[in-house]
Design a protein around this ligand. Sequence first.
Ligand code: ZN
Length: 129
Amino acid sequence: MKNYNIIHLNDINKLKRIELHDQLNLTSSEISINQINAGESLPFVHSHKQNEEIYFILNGEGLLYIDGEEIIIKKDDVFRISPQGARSIKADDNSSLSYICIQAKANSLENFTLKDGKLEDCKPSWLQQ
Ligand code: ZN
């Protein structure tokens, strides 16, 4: 069994939404890549039962609706929303908005980086000398 999944996304800027859970066999999170055309909006407000969401704005400008507030969002903004946050996103009238959304169970992370990683003895060609 191989320990990885890899896909190549063609014409990523032309796709409205890609969900990577099935394509990469994700087991700890859902990651989606989303594009909203200028002046358009997600057609609903939603929250989650147990997953928090982390958003990375890749391009454009727009508005985040969160619990009654409307906040300007733009390229390079990164934000986290608790499961119970009532949210929606709209692209600016003059700019499409693209973003990555990572969805993972709130409070499920136990260890990460140095506490979870461990060094292996094998080496790729570029480290052998
Ligand atoms: Zn969501």
